[in-house]
Design a binder for this molecule. Structure first.
Ligand code: ADP
Ligand code: MG
Length: 540
């Protein structure tokens, strides 16, 4: 019958299908490529990457998640690796490179097992057991720290910031970060609201001049030099509309036939503006932050009444000002009453190298703080900002969970050792997978050493020997290039960074291993532009 020979399409014709071992190999390879990409940035001696986008914008960074976010990754398995970094960033704020590197190794070693004809489900089962046991072991290895141990918190911040261009000033920056977190930390709920910490950047001065301001810093100056440079006992109005007389949309013509008419037109505009400012003055405000423009006439009246005003303040700054000072953002002047106003001890203009900034200090909400980063160039400042964000994330992880671990590869080697002991007690083929899991953890000390130009095999062998002797905090300190007690050397990390990195890395590795069939529809590349060009050419 003719019917039998007809092909049956269950999927669109251009769907690409990869099956079985090929699909696995392909996915593992993609994951490995992603891991290799960030590998060289791990640790204090890691290298930086320079990323240039289609518009020519440059980012120079050592931060795993930033690199992966900037790269336009297409492969679905590779995208899953990028997601690990994103989850790590949002959950704990640091440890992104570690997580991605670990996932890459877990998959690489799983491939060895696949080559030995071990079924993926066996590997997955082994990895699952290992991940669960790892979490248990890590919790036992974690050391409790108290809220008052500022010295330890500073070490945690410094460990987070090393390798990110903050080297020379890391003590100063670590101190800023610890003080910022402590100001905002809510002891009762054991939480910290990162919205309370604003990071503001100013170009020109040296990094070491970076400071913590108890209040907000807005990168705007007062709108007119006639205005006071500082206002004490500030009562702050936040307006999100222009203090201008609205011009009608589109082109309008006003025909004026006599000088009197012109004068009356100008007078009317001025009257409207005067009325606007009068409303602000009578509300009792002495500081105005406006999200849009402020007309010169309005500026004049505000200045005459000793009001400090900034214009074109960003929406996010308006929201921060509202949180910090208790002011309501108003959308029309009729809403403005004295109860809408926020409070701060002082609002002043500060000139900092190339920038003029407005400081709002002594806010009603004492939790609002700003870390003002100084630095020579934008690229430097941006990388310092990423370092500071890592530091903030790490300290709040420590305060939340109250536990730390020894860095510099120490905790990974100890964990790996304990996992091997665990696997020896188990029988079956899963044991092989747990061993590979333990081996994958060694990627951290090995890569740290490799990136610093040390011999990774020597270092890992030595570390393992030391741990076998019971030195459970032995790590490779890259500031001295020696194997030593990482806790004493001050290389300290939050426990949470490690548990999260291991759990998300193993989850994604298992998810990728479970895939044995990839069906990818191949969207026709849109040729809209070229066909449009073609038709244009035909027309002419
Ligand atoms: P991630 O994105 O995973 O946080 P980093 O580049 O920040 O990657 O590197 C973190 C690793 O660097 C951690 O394993 C940490 O223990 C290690 N590290 C930090 N400071 C030192 C040091 N002085 N000596 C050795 N290792 C260090
Ligand atoms: Mg880090």
């Amino acid at each position: 019958m003719t019917n039998e020979k007809q092909p049956i399409y269950v999927m669109p014709e251009n769907t690409q299908r990869t099956l079985g071992r090929d699909a696995q190999r392909n996915n593992i390879l993609a994951a490995k490529v992603v891991a290799d990409c960030v590998k060289t940035t791990l640790g204090p001696k890691g290298m930086d990457k320079m990323l240039v986008d289609a518009m020519g914008n440059i980012v120079i960074t050592n931060d795993g998640v930033t690199i992966l976010r900037e790269m336009e990754i297409e492969h679905p398995a590779a995208k899953m690796m990028v997601d690990i970094a994103k989850t790590q960033e949002s959950e704990v704020g640091d440890g992104t490179t570690t997580a991605v590197l670990l996932a890459g190794r877990l998959l690489e070693y799983a491939e060895t097992l696949l080559d030995m004809k071990i079924h993926p489900t066996v590997i997955i089962k082994g990895y699952k057991l290992a991940a669960k046991e790892a979490e248990k072991i890590l919790n036992e290895l974690g050391i409790a720290v108290n809220y008052d141990r500022d010295d330890i918190l500073r070490y945690v911040a410094m460990t987070a910031m090393t390798g990110k261009g903050a080297e020379n000033d890391k003590e100063k920056l670590a101190d800023l970060v610890v003080r910022a977190v402590k100001k905002t930390y809510d002891k009762n709920n054991k939480t910290i609201n990162f919205e309370d910490i604003k990071i503001e950047k100013s170009k020109g001065q040296a990094i070491e001049n970076s400071e913590l301001i108890e209040g907000l810093v807005i990168d705007k100056s007062r709108v007119s030099i006639e205005m006071p440079q500082k206002v004490e006992n500030a009562r702050i109005a936040l307006v999100d509309f222009a203090l201008e007389v609205k011009n009608p949309e589109g082109e309008t013509r006003i025909s004026i036939s006599s000088p009197e008419q012109l004068q009356s037109f100008v007078d009317r505009e001025e009257k409207l503006l005067r009325e606007m400012t009068q409303k602000i003055i009578s509300s009792g405000a002495n500081v105005v932050f406006c999200q849009r423009g402020i007309d010169e006439v309005a500026q004049y009246y505000l200045a005459k009444n000793n009001i400090y005003a900034c214009r074109r303040v960003s929406k996010s700054d308006m929201e921060k000002l509202s949180r910090a000072t208790g002011a309501h953002i108003i959308s029309s002047l009729s809403e403005l009453t004295s109860s809408c106003l926020g409070k701060a001890r002082i609002v002043r203009e500060v000139i900092s190298a190339e920038d003029k900034l407005t400081y709002v200090e002594g806010c009603e909400n004492p939790k609002a703080v700003t870390i003002l980063i100084h630095g020579g160039t934008e690229h430097v400042i941006d990388e310092i900002e990423r370092a500071i964000r890592d530091g903030l994330g790490d300290i709040s992880s420590v305060l939340n969970q109250g536990k730390i671990v020894a860095g510099a590869g120490a905790v990974e080697v100890e964990l790996s050792k304990k996992l091997r002991e665990f696997s020896n007690k188990l029988g079956g083929r899963e044991q092989l997978a747990i061993e590979q899991f333990a081996r994958a953890l060694e990627a951290i000390p090995s890569t740290l050493a490799e990136n610093a130009g040390l011999d990774p095999i020597d270092i890992v062998t030595e570390l393992k020997a030391r741990h076998d002797k019971g030195e459970k905090y032995a790590g490779v300190n890259l500031l001295t290039n020696k194997i030593e007690n990482a806790l004493e050397a001050g290389v300290i990390e939050p426990l949470k960074t490690k548990t999260q990195a291991i759990s998300s890395a193993s989850e994604v590795a298992m998810m990728i291993l479970r895939i044995d069939d990839v069906l990818a529809s191949n969207p026709q590349k849109s040729n809209k532009n070229s066909s449009m060009l073609q038709s244009m050419n035909e027309e002419f």
